[in-house]
Design a protein around this ligand. Structure first.
Ligand SMILES: [Zn+2]
Ligand SMILES: [Zn+2]
Length: 267
């Protein structure tokens, strides 16, 4: 077979591997979180439920199908990384393939921080009126989110989200192991952030114990009242840019404070 045919076969194999790996992560994270939090532990966690109502079953089905489509887009965009790697354009190959424990941990940490910044700004730009319909409407059709909402994106949003990987890998020779840890962290935080149950602990004053991290209430408020709370992992960018919801602490305390009733209204 000629070189072009071999390259196509190789890219097809990488696409299937990427699709399989992403789907496994999503299928483990989303249905498992839904089963544990929204079904098995629902009676125990009822005081932690952010909204009293639950979305209809059909919403979960649509979210799942849209997420499969998003994963297909992720795999397609990530082929760019493979092409760049094979073309020798990703520098620092040894740092990526044979990283020691320090670079693995540092790779993980700086990738999470960089992705948080990328997500905040890409997300905020996608909320501009001219872009929202094309890029971000699908995600906000889930007014009351579920763990399955995590990857429920329009095609264009899925491409924007996947592009972070290619851009970041071009800039920094992140360890493959550290990057895999980042992917696991990303889907875990994403799924939990859409779960509808406030799982983060509150301090004595009712505020989040880890106030620098986004809580479930933080992103839930974004779905109920877009225009606030664009951040993904950390509260930093929303606070620096003045886009945190003014009632965030009160809503968090209602869901996570001791013996507080669940939030009674959804906007
Ligand atoms: Zn949004
Ligand atoms: Zn969301």
């Amino acid at each position: 077979m000629d070189t072009g045919g071999n390259l196509l076969l190789d890219l097809g194999r990488h696409w299937l591997m990427g699709f399989g790996n992403d789907m496994v992560r999503y299928i483990i994270a989303a249905p498992l979180t839904w089963l544990v939090l929204c079904v098995i532990c629902a009676p125990l966690l009822r005081h932690r439920k952010i909204r009293p109502d639950s979305p209809p079953a059909m919403q979960l089905v649509v979210e799942f199908l849209c997420s499969v489509r998003s994963v297909a887009v992720f795999s397609t965009v990530s082929l760019l990384s493979i092409v760049l790697w094979k073309a020798g354009l990703l520098w620092g190959g040894d740092w990526r393939e044979n990283a020691g424990p320090v670079w693995i941990v540092v790779s993980f940490a700086i990738t999470v921080v960089a992705h948080d910044a990328y997500f905040y700004w890409a997300h905020r730009i996608m909320h501009r009126p001219k872009l929202f319909r094309t890029f971000h409407r699908r995600h906000h059709r889930s007014h009351n989110p579920t763990p399955f909402t995590a990857y429920s994106f329009d095609l264009a949003e899925a491409a924007v989200m996947a592009s972070f990987t290619v851009i970041w890998e071009l800039i920094v020779p992140v360890s493959w192991v550290g990057f895999t840890a980042f992917l696991i962290h990303q889907i875990a935080r994403n799924v939990i952030g859409h779960s509808g149950y406030e799982l983060f602990p509150a301090g004595k004053d009712g505020r989040p114990m880890f106030d620098w991290m986004t809580t479930v209430t933080h992103h839930d408020l974004h779905h109920s009242q877009a225009g606030y709370n664009y951040g993904l992992y950390f509260t930093w960018w929303d606070r620096w840019m003045g886009t945190e919801h003014p009632q965030y602490y009160a809503r968090f305390a209602a869901a996570a404070g001791p013996r507080q009733p669940a939030l009674a209204t959804a906007e």
